[in-house]
Design a protein around this ligand. Structure first.
Ligand SMILES: Cc1cc2nc3c(=O)[nH]c(=O)nc-3n(C[C@H](O)[C@H](O)[C@H](O)COP(=O)(O)O)c2cc1C
Length: 188
């Protein structure tokens, strides 16, 4: 079971990179059984805004853009995901939404958990992901993590997670792994 920890912010200086690195390191140190973690920096893929003449759901992975094909291969190689997401203007970040939109079968019947951060825990973004992800047949676990820019960061810049976060992360990763294994049977 390979779980990709996706850094959903592409902003220079993104806090999401610190959060995702912590999730990776903490997950590596936990006893998660047959689970392999991988950090995925969305910014490295430099995706353009949906620019393919073919609708992704019908494209059969034959994307016009080389950037999209790279992204497609990465998502294909993963069984499940942790979406590390900021909340922008009470919603999901556009770059990560676009990254979901540009491909289709690569997401199908895989599990995900949402690890959000923001002034109010990024909970509005989490709720939006709970609506969006099932549209690409990503099954979202009930557990979630809502980090506070006040309580889990020093000066809203340096990630210093509250003590309970490591336990929350283990619970989230275990739930993702379990659901990921269950829904993999739905894949063709
Ligand atoms: C365009 C934009 C909109 C934002 N809107 C919100 C918001 O609605 N709620 C919130 O809690 N924080 C909001 N913030 C503050 C972010 O939580 C904060 O900048 C955080 O560092 C963003 O994550 P990132 O650094 O990984 O990009 C916003 C930041 C940006 C750049």
């Amino acid at each position: 079971m390979k779980i990709g920890i996706i850094v959903g912010s592409t902003r220079p200086g993104r806090l999401g990179a610190q959060v995702a690195q912590w999730a990776y390191d903490t997950g590596q140190a936990a006893d998660l059984g047959d689970v392999e973690l991988e950090l995925v920096e969305l910014a490295d893929y430099d995706l353009d805004l949906l620019d393919d003449p073919a609708v992704p759901g019908g494209a059969k992975r034959q994307y016009a853009s080389e950037k999209t094909r790279r992204w497609s291969e990465k998502i294909d190689s993963l069984d499940a995901f942790v979406f590390v997401t900021p909340e922008y203007n009470h919603g999901v970040p556009a770059a990560l939404k676009n990254a979901v939109d540009v491909i289709w079968p690569e997401w199908n019947h895989k599990a995900a958990g949402v690890l959000a951060y923001g002034y109010d825990g990024g909970t509005r973004a989490v709720e939006q992901w709970r609506t969006i992800l099932p549209a690409v047949h990503v099954h979202v676990v009930r557990s979630q993590i809502s980090l506070s820019l006040h309580g889990d960061f020093e000066d809203e810049q340096t990630f210093v997670p509250a003590e309970r976060r490591a336990k929350e992360l283990r619970i989230l990763l275990k739930a993702v792994a379990k659901l990921g294994a269950a829904v993999s049977t739905l894949r063709a």
